[in-house]
Design a binder for this molecule. Structure first.
Ligand code: AGP
Length: 612
């Protein structure tokens, strides 16, 4: 039954609260959801008092709506100043898909008579038809406002049956939280194909689009076509015919992990500094064969397919190489590509899905596809109870702790640690050699200890200072070094907004080298003995075009024209990605700061990409 926790795609967040200080509770709730996007946010609350109206504030009938563009702190500034008293509030964070990020388009939406306020996750596919057929006058470009108008239009004296009748007219996906002056002191919830959970405690009730962002409470996961009516201290759940039902309770969800900034100015830096501890925690969770036997039931397979997006995909590239070293055939695919290409059934394949958040739409949909095709599926995720954990056959957890910065850092290192562990565990399953497994565990812990960010911060700041005015940067390497380049270049571009491309070093001369001139920095990674001479030749080719090489290598370099050389310690070659990426995470961070960007919330991005 829990399978249906995830079936929709939306980038927004819903939080509703009924009980004392509901406005403050909702503001805290939507802050926890900010990772889903931060284009705009809004809150609606029941109140007998009318506020002065302005571009942010609208009064309905005993309902007031306040919205603002940009980060939630912009809304918070207005809301928390007003000392608002209300026991019933619903809030929303938005990442624009239909219509620009604006106050008008942000949720909640009020009906024309001001008696209904609604927040919505999902997409109503027939909203334009409904609007035109019924001649509805809307102010925003959203599908949600149409629903608010339908509630007003079809109100039949019974709120729940009105909501049901309206939902039956809608095509597409939704999780709605609705308040109405027709039935005060309640929050009404409806769900189809967009995740939503409801809960209650002694004196409160709560609704949230994300199970990990709901606080306390006895939690119920709503199924498709179910409705909930939330009151203080109780919840009633109804099926599609409005028959009251008992649904299984998930119990009290563990305290929401807050991720406090402490003395740090940004989560990203804090999270990079947490990498050694995060790796050790992850390794300690899976540091023996019995634990893995329990988690994976001694899975047997011939081939591996790794699927992920962005940084998770880049971790997969390393995983592929590590599995290949154990003689296991492995492919690694970008989730959004994999889903639309012909499916070639390699018999006996284990499909591994990597996702920090466990909420990425493309990855989850690729997982569902693989399940349909009969593949065994394993999720590697950082978030317990995330949607992916309800869909995959098996789960392995990275223990990075909550990652709040949009740029993934410590989660990536932990994903690599898991691939290292799995590669030796699968080898053990095949060959029965447990020594190699336990050596790997030991080695991973030593590498974690070798990562000393405080020692490398000065050089990273220095490199950032050199490159921050660049228009375009390239990163090259071969094999594992190319995978480092791929992740490093994503990190740099997503938070600095500098164009940056990763290239397999040998491929540069087949076209891209024509872009290298005296203004171009090229990061080169050379950590693999077997191919080092080849990459050094490629470095010479760049230098010959006056390109400015920044070299990361444990090997001696003879090219005197390399502008920066970072001599990394000699370690076993397979661990270099885990070790070197820290330099690049820090360089990206300092570059973003020099450019005046907020590395925690880069423009146009969200932590969790829940649209396809
Ligand atoms: C990483 O820095 C990015 N923000 C992004 O590429 C991310 O890794 C990708 O969206 C996948 O997210 P997931 O791991 O939560 O599935």
């Amino acid at each position: 039954m829990l399978l249906s926790i995830y079936k929709g795609e939306d980038m927004c967040g819903i939080y509703g609260y009924i009980g004392e200080k509901s406005v403050e509770e909702v503001m805290k709730g939507i802050k926890r959801l900010e990772y889903r996007g931060y284009d705009s946010a809004g809150i609606a609350f029941q109140s007998g008092e009318k506020l002065n109206e302005d571009e942010n504030t609208t009064n309905g009938e005993n309902i007031t709506v306040i919205k603002n563009k940009g980060e939630i702190s912009n809304l918070e500034r207005i809301v928390l100043n007003k000392n608002l008293k209300s026991n019933v509030s619903i809030g929303h964070t938005r990442w624009a898909t239909h219509g620009e990020p604006s106050i008008k388009n942000s949720h909640p939406h009020l009906s024309g008579d001001g008696r209904w306020a609604i927040v919505h996750n999902g997409i109503i596919e027939n909203y334009l038809d409904l609007k035109e057929d019924l001649g509805l006058q809307v102010e925003s470009e959203t599908d949600t406002e149409v629903v608010a108008l339908l509630l007003e239009k079809y109100y039949n004296g019974n709120v729940l049956s009105t909501i049901k009748n309206v939902c039956e007219k809608l095509n597409g996906s939704y999780a709605f939280a609705i308040i109405t002056s027709h039935s005060p002191n309640k929050i009404f919830v409806a769900k189809r194909n967009s995740p939503v959970v409801v809960g209650y405690g002694k004196r409160y009730g709560v609704v949230c689009s994300d199970i990990n962002s709901i606080k306390g409470a006895n939690i119920y996961v709503l199924e498709n076509e179910q409705y909930a009516v939330i009151e203080r201290g109780k919840i009633n759940i109804f099926d599609k015919n409005l028959m009251a039902i008992n649904t299984s309770e998930l119990g009290v969800v563990k305290k929401v992990e807050g991720g406090k900034l402490g003395d740090y100015s940004h989560y990203m830096l804090k999270e990079i500094d947490e990498i050694p501890t995060a790796i050790k925690r992850t390794v300690n969770l899976y540091n023996n064969i019995d634990t893995l036997n329990d988690a994976l039931h001694k899975l047997k397979f011939k081939n591996i397919l790794i699927i992920g997006c962005g940084t998770a995909y880049h971790a997969g590239l390393i995983g592929k190489r590590l599995f290949e070293e154990e003689g296991i055939h492995c492919e690694c695919e970008i989730a959004s590509e994999f889903r639309y290409k012909p499916f070639v059934d390699k018999k006996n394949t284990l499909a591994i899905f990597v996702s920090q958040s466990g909420e990425t739409a493309d990855t989850i949909n690729a997982l569902k596809l693989c399940k349909q095709k009969g593949l065994k599926t394993l999720a590697i995720t950082n978030v317990r109870n995330s949607s992916i954990t309800f869909v995959a056959d098996y789960c392995i957890y990275t223990c990075a702790g909550s990652e709040i910065g949009v740029a993934s850092t410590k989660a990536y290192n932990c994903q690599l640690a898991i691939f290292h562990i799995l590669s030796k565990y699968f080898n053990y399953i095949k060959n029965g050699d447990s020594k190699m497994f336990y050596d790997e565990i030991k080695n991973l812990k030593s590498i974690a200890t070798l990562i000393r960010n405080n020692e490398i911060k000065p050089i990273c700041r220095h490199i950032a200072q050199k490159i921050y005015k660049s228009k375009s940067i390239y990163m090259i390497g071969r094999g594992l070094d190319y995978s480092i380049a791929a992740e490093a270049s994503l990190k740099l571009k997503e938070i600095s907004y500098i164009h940056c491309e990763a290239y397999p070093a040998g491929e540069l001369k087949h076209g891209t080298i024509s872009l290298i001139d005296k203004n171009t920095f090229v990061f080169a990674f050379v950590t693999q003995e077997k191919i080092k001479d080849k990459t050094f030749s490629n470095i010479n080719e760049v230098v010959a075009r006056e390109g400015k090489i920044i070299l990361f290598s444990p090997f001696d370099n003879s090219n005197k024209k390399v502008v920066e050389e970072i001599k990394v310690p000699k370690i076993k070659e397979r661990y270099y990605p885990l070790f070197i990426i820290n330099y690049l995470q820090l360089i990206s961070y300092y570059t973003a700061l020099l450019l005046g960007n907020n590395p925690d919330k880069p423009r146009s991005l969200a932590k969790s990409v829940t649209v396809e």
